[in-house]
Write a protein that binds this ligand. Structure first.
Ligand SMILES: [Fe+2]
Ligand SMILES: [Fe+2]
Length: 474
């Protein structure tokens, strides 16, 4: 169980480590300052029906109840320790998992933790204005749930920095509260986390695509030989699942509503669809192209010596490392990566160790394809011929072998001129954003009511009815 008596709820026996506790109690007010400034705008007095972690056991770790978000019990929860756990890959394979940071990997591990930690507050900052345009109380509650849990994920990484990295860990923890998403002078570390999330379609796309990148990164870190990081990430994954649920079902409900309106009115042309106040499937496709391409950049270069080092050192594994049947050292293995040569995309084999970013990206893409397939089944059920799809992996890339090339959504290499000419068919234009935002001019807060552009969900949260008071405005 989690100790809620402490000022900082935890299951790491924080009360027995006075120095650490004082360091975290010092960071806490700075965190609250950040939440008040950069958390969901004008949300502080609302009573929100939130889930709070009360245990780290897989069954029944959550309790639901009304909470004012500044009073949310952010804390430090690690999956319980398995005494027999080992380093499961790389040159240290077979050694007992590390309970302290190995000296030679200190700065690498710190960089990994800071990079992960930086994404957590970033997404809260990106989403902070969306409460003003929520399509229902149900959705408002969901975005707030995602936001408080991203805040907790920041706590999870900050705990590791404070507990294991001394003074530079404390400095990094402060810097995590100082960077700002999209800030010209002090931006967040990774590109996708500096993009705006201007509307609810973008929010659902973000939680479907980009939170799922979070899942895959956390899965790779949950394999780490540094046991506290592995245990921290394992528990974060239980929370991440809800974020991706919000994204996938959010897009599903938008697709559903659009299809219903298209069928009822027997229309297909995007401008006719827009005239009915719903989001045309073509615009949804352009959002997919954008969010997919900026998110797969997050995995880094296709061929990367950093990725090889992380693996060989036992710091970051592959997705489901221990379920893979190979030598977990990868000294001789190969993996295919793509490259653009002479205006053509070619695939070649490289040492698998250097291609671990690409492999994780491929694992991710497989899962994303499943979600797109489920959206298409909704369209199919309505007898509409349109199909959503993922663009080619090389489309609109800024990092890795495709960066600097102009690749169409079908994977054709074209000139910059040709690409620019067609870009407005592939990526959301200013007019698309303006249209989507025009639908979301105000918020829908009457219990059980949903905006016209989105279908209600099939069920409520925690078995509550759809017309439940998920957020109370007082
Ligand atoms: Fe997170
Ligand atoms: Fe998340």
């Amino acid at each position: 169980m989690i100790d809620y008596i402490d000022k900082i709820p935890n299951n790491v026996d924080l009360g027995r480590d006075r120095v650490l506790q004082r360091a975290l109690e010092h960071w806490q007010p700075a965190y609250m300052g950040w939440w008040y400034d950069m958390g969901p705008s004008e949300s502080h007095a609302l009573d929100v029906y939130l889930r709070t972690a009360i245990s780290v056991e897989p069954d029944g770790w959550a309790r639901f109840g009304y909470v004012k978000m500044p009073e949310y019990r952010w804390g430090i929860f690690l999956q319980p320790r398995d005494e027999s756990r080992q380093v499961n890959f790389g040159t240290h394979k077979g050694q007992p998992a590390w309970q302290e940071v190995p000296g030679e990997y200190r700065s690498t591990l710190r960089r990994i933790i800071v990079t992960q930690g930086d994404t957590e507050p970033a997404s809260v900052e990106q989403q902070r204005m969306l409460g003003f345009s929520c399509p229902s109380l149900y959705d408002l509650r969901n975005i707030f749930q995602v936001n408080v849990e991203e805040g907790r994920h920041l706590w999870a990484m900050v705990y590791l920095l404070h507990r294991y990295f001394g003074r530079d860990g404390r400095e990094e923890a402060e810097a995590l509260l100082a960077r700002r998403s999209g800030d010209a002078d002090n931006p967040r570390i990774l590109g996708a986390f500096n993009e705006p999330t201007p509307d609810w379609l973008a929010f659902f796309m973000f939680t479907f695509f980009t939170d799922r990148d979070g899942k895959y990164q956390l899965c790779a870190l949950a394999e780490s030989g540094f046991d506290p990081l592995a245990r921290t990430c394992r528990f974060m994954l239980t929370e991440e699942a809800h974020h991706m649920f919000v994204g996938e079902t959010g897009v599903s409900r938008i697709v559903q509503r659009t299809c219903e309106v298209m069928k009822e009115n027997n229309i297909e042309d995007p401008s006719d669809v827009r005239a009915m106040g719903v989001i045309d499937l073509q615009t949804i496709q352009r959002y997919i192209n954008f969010h997919f391409s900026v998110t797969i950049d997050l995995y880094g270069s296709d061929v990367s010596s950093n990725a090889a080092n992380y693996y060989t050192s036992g710091l970051k594994g592959r997705f489901e490392e221990t379920k893979i049947s190979d030598d977990h050292v990868l000294a001789a293995a190969e993996y295919p990566v793509s490259e653009v040569i002479g205006g053509k995309i070619i695939t070649k084999s490289v040492p698998a160790l250097t291609a671990l970013n690409e492999r994780l990206r491929d694992d991710y893409i497989k899962e994303v394809e499943g979600g797109v397939g489920r959206w298409n089944r909704i369209i199919e059920k309505h007898g509409i011929p349109f199909r959503l799809r993922l663009p080619h992996k090389g489309f609109h890339r800024a990092i890795g072998n495709f960066a600097g090339h102009h690749i169409t959504i079908d994977g054709e290499v074209v000139t910059g001129e040709q690409w620019k000419k067609a870009a407005s068919e592939w990526l959301p234009s200013d007019a698309d954003y303006a249209y989507v935002q025009s639908l979301m001019a105000g918020r829908v807060v009457e219990p059980g009511k949903f905006a016209n552009w989105i279908a209600p969900p099939s069920r409520g949260i925690n078995n509550q009815p759809l017309n439940f008071d998920y957020v109370r405005f007082n």
